[in-house]
Design a protein around this ligand. Structure first.
Ligand code: F3S
Length: 753
């Protein structure tokens, strides 16, 4: 195990450390003294402190040392801007950035890509130069979708990766625990802080039997989604095992893990097996495959390991499924789908079929899709509905171009889109139906929430395997079942489609296609990061000011929020995504969705300095201009939702000092601490009711000490002054964040000393 095997062919000097992993595991084994599941083995072998870490699933927080970080271009902007303000010369953990989210599908790959490069020039220039500066691998626009590139180049069995995208678990197809996180977590790991994760439960999915005919790997996750629903995987890792695993291709396992995000799972994993070895060899990583074989006993579950929950699926009996519309867990087997269409009055005519995306664009997927298209063409017929093909990477595109599948799919009627997310993330300039017009589309993607693909709330989006997408696109109807129904050939004779076939891996190897990777240069000192001072999409972050060492007196309450205040209420998405790299501009959405207890309205608060009612961000800016710090009063579970760090950066940027609530969602609470804010809770939650929106408060910051309460002195607009006790969860290290102004300031200070 002491061999030196590089983690990837694209970097030098970053080795897979099975030796260290196995040492950590033996420490944990002695402590737990029971058989371990594979998911546990991956996590525990990456513990920062295996001797002392608490290890109770569903309870303890694990401090972990991930092997890699990956960011897509939409989330990378703020992550890198924050990393820059830590003042470190390079990332401490191998990191890559992938340009895939900002390319809109309109007329086809080449032109769409050229247009995106033009529109997003300043973002791409910033990412390219900052990656070069801080030693980050940069995958240019056109290179492909983050998850496909990670599987092709970076994932390895037993590894732990975090990525700033919810479908990062795709790398579980190569036996890696790959977990989607927010930008603030990625920054920590880039800067060599341990990463915290609540020890997940593990749901086992035992696969028996064998896939055949029209049933594809996708159907396994479509079925699992139907069983567990969109919430059923929350706080858990889904671990597949059993004899059925061997009938799945590595990329098929990737598809299954990818879509595990739809049931809320932390991640999904498959045990290391021969199919993974074959894929590693085909992607020029035999050395990793051989190394993994020498560690194989730890790359699967122990005999007798017990799962927190167990599901069994017999692949020999599994039917193809179609899930949707509007939610990925509404699973219907193909044999019942026609009836469901009629019963629910889903629009029967199929308008568009879409294959590819990060979920289903492997060589196998494309080959099987092309085999169905060829069958149809041989009978003289083509796609009836519109049809798009999104290759997951330049390597896939070039390989299927060389081997003919692409030509077949085009002849069938397909429009080949850029190697990018495109319609999967709503980057689709769809023109064939009007907004509001009910219609059906079917894709091999993963997510089908209302409006996700084309921003039309009346679009019924279904997800299924690429095989069924092609078959239904051919028929132009949701009512077609290729397993039982016939079609008319060009002469009007009935025929039945043959079941799809296709190689898992290209017999002649992969064609890398165009060069789309930018390695960091040897000499990085002379690189300067490109950010135009007049840009409205990017802004260099100024370090926040450190604490002045005093109690804060006479603070206004910016808003007393009532009821649900999620990260969407605090920092809305939608059109604001454009400003993700510009803190000052995106701060104009701060708390605009929160409901003011004073009037029951959103985005309307009273400015206590002049008595005027105004928008929340405008009022905060006015206080800031006048040198007045402010607080927010919040209700239960404040900040639930996503891990979006903007929800913590914005109040800090606009001059907030403390957020005082009945309770916090944990990730948001930590994010606030990281940005140098004080997240505090009423020791007695009923005190929330005692405070009125126009009261002023004194906050005794000098009392901040681990495990000790703080005093909030309330000066009611009318009435007697009274004190309220506040609690907090700061530990020693986190108190430094507050004192220094932020976690990044603290890191920068440490880097200098
Ligand atoms: Fe995500 Fe789809 Fe892109 S799920 S990574 S948006 S292809």
């Amino acid at each position: 195990l002491s061999k030196k095997v590089e983690m990837t062919n694209w970097e030098k000097g970053h080795y897979i450390n099975y030796q260290k992993m196995s040492e950590n595991l033996s420490v944990v084994r002695q402590r737990l003294n029971r058989p371990l599941m594979y998911a546990e083995k991956i996590l525990y072998s990456h513990l920062d402190d295996p001797h002392n870490s608490e290890l109770e699933r569903g309870k303890s927080y694990l401090k972990l040392r991930p092997d890699r970080v990956a960011c897509q271009d939409a989330t990378a902007q703020m992550a890198i801007l924050q990393f820059m303000s830590a003042g470190m010369p390079s990332v401490a953990t191998p990191t890559t950035v992938h340009c895939d989210h900002l390319i809109e599908a309109q007329v086809g790959g080449e032109k769409d890509l050229a247009r995106a490069v033009d529109i997003n020039k300043e973002v791409y220039d910033f990412l390219a130069t900052s990656c070069a500066k801080y030693n980050i691998g940069f995958w240019k626009p056109g290179s492909g979708i983050i998850h496909q590139i990670l599987l092709e180049n970076y994932a390895f069995p037993g590894g732990l990766m975090i990525g700033t995208d919810s479908h990062t678990p795709n790398a579980g197809g190569l036996g890696m625990a790959a977990i989607g996180v927010g930008g603030a977590d990625a920054v920590d790991v880039m800067a060599s802080l341990p990463w915290e994760l609540k020890a997940p439960k593990v749901i086992g999915v035992k696969l028996t039997g064998e896939l055949s005919g029209w049933t594809a790997p996708k159907d396994i996750i479509l079925k699992v989604a139907g069983i567990l629903t969109v919430k059923g995987g929350t706080g858990a890792i889904i671990e597949y095992h059993g004899p059925g695993v061997d009938s799945l291709s590595c990329t098929g396992m990737g598809t299954i893990c990818n879509m595990g995000a739809e049931i809320g799972a932390t991640t999904s994993v498959f045990p290391f097996n021969d199919r993974m070895y074959d894929y590693l060899a085909a992607t020029k990583r035999s050395a990793i495959g051989d190394f993994a074989r020498s560690y194989a006993h730890e790359l699967r579950e122990d005999e007798g390991a017990e799962y927190d929950e167990l599901i069994e699926i017999n692949l020999s009996e599994l039917e193809p499924h179609i899930n949707g519309p509007f939610t990925p867990d509404l699973a219907t087997p193909i044999s019942k789908f026609k009836d469901a269409v009629a019963a629910n009055k889903w629009p029967e005519e199929l308008k568009v079929g879409l294959i590819g995306s990060c979920t289903n664009s492997s060589y196998e997927d494309m080959s099987r899709a092309a085999s169905i298209a060829r069958d149809a063409l041989n009978h003289g017929i083509k796609a009836k509905a519109a049809f798009t093909v999104t290759p997951g990477s330049e390597q896939i595109r070039a390989t299927i171009e060389r081997d003919g599948q692409l030509e077949t799919l085009e002849e069938f009627g397909g429009m080949v889109l850029a190697n990018a997310c495109g319609p999967c993330i709503g980057q689709w300039d769809r023109r064939d139906v009007k907004k509001g017009e009910p219609n059906s589309i079917i894709s091999s993607y993963n997510r089908n929430f209302t409006g996700r693909n084309d921003a039309n709330p009346a679009t019924h989006a279904f997800v299924t395997s690429p095989d069924l997408v092609v078959a239904l696109t051919l028929a132009g109807s949701l009512n077609f079942n290729p397993l039982t129904d016939t079609l008319k050939d060009k002469d009007g004779n009935d025929f039945k489609l043959s079941a799809p076939t296709g190689d898992g891996l290209p017999a002649n190897g992969y064609d890398p296609g165009r060069d789309t990777y930018q390695a960091p240069p040897e000499d990085r000192s002379s690189v300067s990061v490109a950010v135009s001072p007049t840009s409205d999409r990017l802004q260099i972050l100024e370090p926040f000011q450190s604490w002045d060492g005093k109690d804060a007196l006479d603070l206004p309450i910016l808003i007393k929020a009532q009821g649900k205040t999620t990260t969407d209420h605090i920092s809305m998405a939608g059109p604001w995504l454009k400003y993700r790299g510009h803190l000052d501009n995106i701060s104009n959405n701060m708390l605009i969705g929160a409901i003011n207890s004073a009037n029951g309205e959103a985005n309307k608060v009273k400015n206590v300095t002049n008595g005027e009612w105004d928008a929340v961000p405008a009022t905060a800016r006015d206080y800031k201009k006048k040198g007045i710090k402010w607080v927010v009063i919040g209700d239960w579970n404040y900040g639930e939702g996503s891990s979006r760090e903007h929800a913590a950066l914005e109040p800090r940027h606009l001059g907030g000092l403390a957020i005082i609530t009945r309770s916090f969602a944990r990730i948001h609470e930590t994010n606030l601490k990281k940005q140098g804010m004080l997240p505090l809770t009423f020791s007695n939650p009923e005190d929330y009711d005692k405070i009125q929106p126009e009261d002023k408060v004194d906050l005794m910051c000098t009392q901040l000490a681990v495990g000790k309460p703080m005093t909030l002195r309330v000066h009611p607009k009318n009435g007697e002054v009274f004190d309220v006790q506040l609690s907090h969860t700061f530990n020693e290290g986190q108190m430094e964040w507050f004192k220094n102004g932020s976690a990044l300031n603290t890191m920068a200070k440490a880097a200098k000393s």
